[in-house]
Design a protein around this ligand. Structure first.
Ligand code: NAD
Length: 330
């Protein structure tokens, strides 16, 4: 058992979260995470319309009686979605926890709070975490440079970012980016976090709906097998290394505008990777932590393993470091 302020305040058995993942955060995965005792988030924009998000929330409820949430990410998009309508679908569906990400949550926060919904804001810098806290979010998730998806533009890895944020944050704080196992959970707790949020690790589970070949690619891939695209556009995204991501980096390095890479990077193309298993077809998200992924467990196996490992690290490795040293010459 690992209990923290996060588990207490959010009513979750373990301090483990499955954060928003475009095209991946769907009901079967989120329900499996919830049934395993962790907190999963459906990704709102994965659903083509707000009504389909309502249906997805209902489908998730049929699969679990445990708490789960919905992620609402606000970033540049090729076709801007009707955010307020997605927000209303979340509110109408009686969801109790929301993860916001991508930009200042102020506008959405007031609506969610008016309906008693707790908001965890995910951000990639100490200043944004402090700002979100001052706006009244219920928790922050601080996302290090290691992460998949959008790491921001500051390039601060978790080892510095997490304790730097912990020194300024008084609400419960999750650490994200680069976590996959019990060692990571203990490290995050040591650095001042109240739990961890993972993305890439959950992609390689039995219940994640992506193609087996993509899961296998995550098992094979190492820490160097990611690319940072959109640096020049100040919308950096860490994605899997493949022919398409390398071509996008090449074109943008040569001064191309977004329009000139648009067809390559479109989410509508990237989602085909997850559907067909052709890992070279488009852009798909993966974090450096893929190097620590060596199998494809069920969510329940993964959660029990992480909690078991964390307990062992605390009881054995850390506790033994406190034992008195043997006398010299003994
Ligand atoms: P999309 O097809 O609209 O765009 C593909 C990528 O291009 C995204 O990374 C997007 O941020 C970027 N982009 C779009 N227009 C841009 C512009 N004018 N300048 C710079 N970059 C631009 O995106 P999608 O794959 O259909 O995803 C829909 C939304 O969900 C996007 O905002 C995306 O960033 C976001 N998203 C959410 C999560 C999550 O976990 N919630 C993860 C990844 C992406």
């Amino acid at each position: 058992m690992v209990r923290t302020r996060f588990t207490e305040e959010f009513g979750v058995r373990y301090p483990l979260v499955q954060g928003g993942m475009q095209w991946v955060g769907r009901a079967p995965l989120v329900a499996a995470v919830a049934n395993a005792g962790a907190l999963g988030f459906l990704t709102a924009l994965t659903q083509p319309t707000p009504d389909e998000l309502r249906a997805e929330i209902a489908r998730c409820r049929e699969l679990t009686d445990q708490p789960f949430g919905v992620n609402l990410t606000i970033l540049p998009t090729i076709n801007p979605p009707p955010y307020a309508e997605y927000r209303q679908a979340i509110i109408d569906s009686g969801v109790r926890i929301v993860e916001t990400a991508g930009s200042n949550p102020a506008e959405h926060l007031q609506h969610f709070h008016a309906h008693g919904i707790k908001v965890i804001h995910k951000c990639t810098s100490v200043r944004h975490a402090v700002k979100a806290q001052s706006l009244g979010v219920d928790a922050v998730s601080i996302d290090g440079f290691e992460c998949a998806g959008h790491p921001g533009e500051d390039d601060i890895p978790g080892l510095v970012l997490i304790p730097a944020a912990a020194d300024r944050i008084t609400v419960p704080m999750l650490a994200s980016g680069g976590f996959a196992d019990g060692r990571g959970l203990v490290a995050a707790l040591a650095l001042g976090a109240d739990g961890i949020s993972m993305g890439t690790r959950w992609m390689a589970t039995v219940e994640s709906g992506i193609h087996e070949k993509v899961k296998q690619r995550l098992v094979e891939a190492e820490e160097r097998d990611t690319q940072l695209i959109f640096r020049q556009l100040r919308n950096t995204a860490r994605v899997a290394d493949n022919e398409v991501s390398r071509e996008v980096v090449r074109r943008l390095n040569e001064g191309a505008a977004f329009e000139e890479v648009r067809d390559l990077v479109a989410g509508a193309r990237g989602v085909k990777v997850y559907e067909t298993g052709d890992v070279e077809h488009g852009i798909w998200s993966a974090g450096m932590v893929q190097t620590l992924i060596r199998d494809i467990p069920t969510c329940a196996e993964l959660v029990e393993r992480i909690i078991g490992e964390a307990g062992a690290v605390i009881r054995e490795r850390l506790a033994s470091a406190l034992e008195p040293a043997a006398p010299v010459g003994a």
